[in-house]
Write a protein that binds this ligand. Structure first.
Ligand SMILES: *Cc1c(COP(=O)(O)O)cnc(C)c1O
Length: 374
């Protein structure tokens, strides 16, 4: 993975530095409006990263001690950590074998009368069937928090992912399509959640720092609850505004590269590449490939085969319940999660990957299928 950054980002940061206003201010506000309109969200609140967005989402949804939060183990560890921050209990659910995402069936197996929220990820960019999850959760009073960390540029039912969510968390880490170095966003359809998140991200002060610093005689502020410092800076937001403009091109190129990989992999026995589900399109943030038993090499063998050809692939998405931080938490069996985390790998894919470089990867995959060593 490599981020796609250019002179426009350099100029945007330079402008912020010259303006003298570098912390959260006008650029953050502009980035929030641009992001809300591009994702068809009612409200957007910029934060320091997606992990803090998930934390705030749980706080504003009123989740705390005594509550269970169902999450996929098959996700980056931040998804499983967030409930712990609010004193709730993380309960793992299994995922669908094709998409790698939670479904109403996998959630149903993990839900108890203590379940108050579900954090459901658009894993690797593959859109969730959020409508199906909400049809299960809404009548039970369970809040669905969409972990759209990987989701910018993916669609579900003809709209951007997150558009149908009561609350969603986004990441701008360089591993994702859009980047601000580090950065995150919370989007929500609820004005009271947006207001509270906006205050909580800056120490829960009643008057924003931007308003205080912009006034000669600052209005008095009060602190009505314990907040956090989860702010994004104007330096980051300026980069984010430029990056957002690049999103359509980023997605087009990703999908072109994914099509190239998929066409080659379709011909190779024992390999399956992630694909669009029926209800949407993925941004192919991750082109993950499942290595089936018919393949001459197992997943580790294929990683070594690629590495021997100078190609750096990665093990697939982690299973949080297999790590010491979350050991002992799995409530229900997670056979699909355990299978996918052991049998998948992620191919190199980024905006500036050339067709020639991709051909080298494809060639190495072909030679692995015939059992040849290079
Ligand atoms: C990357 C990622 C996160 C964490 O995002 P940060 O911005 O690094 O905090 C959370 N959830 C998922 C599914 C991710 O892929």
């Amino acid at each position: 993975m490599q981020p796609w950054l250019g002179e426009e980002e350099v100029a945007a940061v330079a402008e912020v530095i010259r303006s003298g206003w570098v912390a959260q201010g006008p650029k953050v506000a502009a980035f929030e409006s641009a992001f809300a309109s591009s994702q068809q969200a009612a409200y957007a609140v910029a934060v320091s990263n997606c992990t803090t967005a998930l934390h705030l989402a749980l706080v504003v949804a009123g989740i705390g001690p005594g509550d269970d939060v169902v999450v996929p183990s098959f996700s980056f560890v931040a998804t499983a950590n967030a409930p712990v921050y609010v004193g709730a209990r993380t309960v793992f659910a299994d995922v669908d074998a094709t998409t790698g995402n939670l479904t109403p069936d996998t959630i149903a197996a993990a839900v108890t009368e203590r379940t108050r929220a579900v954090i459901a990820a658009d894993q690797g960019g593959v859109p969730l069937d959020l409508a199906a999850l909400r049809a299960f959760c809404d009548p039970r009073g369970i809040v669905v928090i969409e972990d759209a960390a990987c989701g910018a540029g993916s669609t579900a039912y003809g709209r951007p992912v997150g558009a149908g969510a009561e609350i969603a968390a986004w990441s701008f880490h360089p591993r994702k399509l859009l980047t601000t170095g580090e950065g995150g966003m919370l989007t929500t359809s609820r004005p009271e959640w947006a207001d509270r998140a906006r205050r909580l991200r800056e120490h829960a002060m009643s008057v924003s720092a931007a308003d205080r610093h912009a006034s000669v005689l600052a209005p008095p502020e009060s602190y009505d609850e314990v907040g956090f410092n989860y702010r994004m800076t104007d330096l980051q937001a300026a980069v984010g505004i430029v990056q957002l403009g690049r999103l359509p091109e980023l997605v087009t190129r990703r999908r072109q590269l994914a099509k190239g990989y998929a066409a080659a992999i379709d011909e190779l026995p024992g390999l399956r590449m992630v694909a669009d589900p029926e209800w949407g399109t993925t941004n192919f943030q991750s082109c993950w490939v499942e290595v089936a038993p018919e393949h001459p090499l197992d997943r580790e063998g294929l990683l070594v085969h690629l590495a021997d050809a100078g190609i750096s692939a990665r093990r697939g998405i982690m299973a949080a319940h297999q790590h010491p931080a979350h050991a002992g938490r799995a409530g229900v069996p997670l056979p699909v999660t355990e299978h996918l985390t052991a049998s998948t790998l992620i191919l190199p894919v980024f905006h500036e990957l050339t067709d020639g470089e991709q051909d080298r990867v494809i060639e190495a995959l072909r030679s692995s299928a015939t059992g040849e060593r290079r």
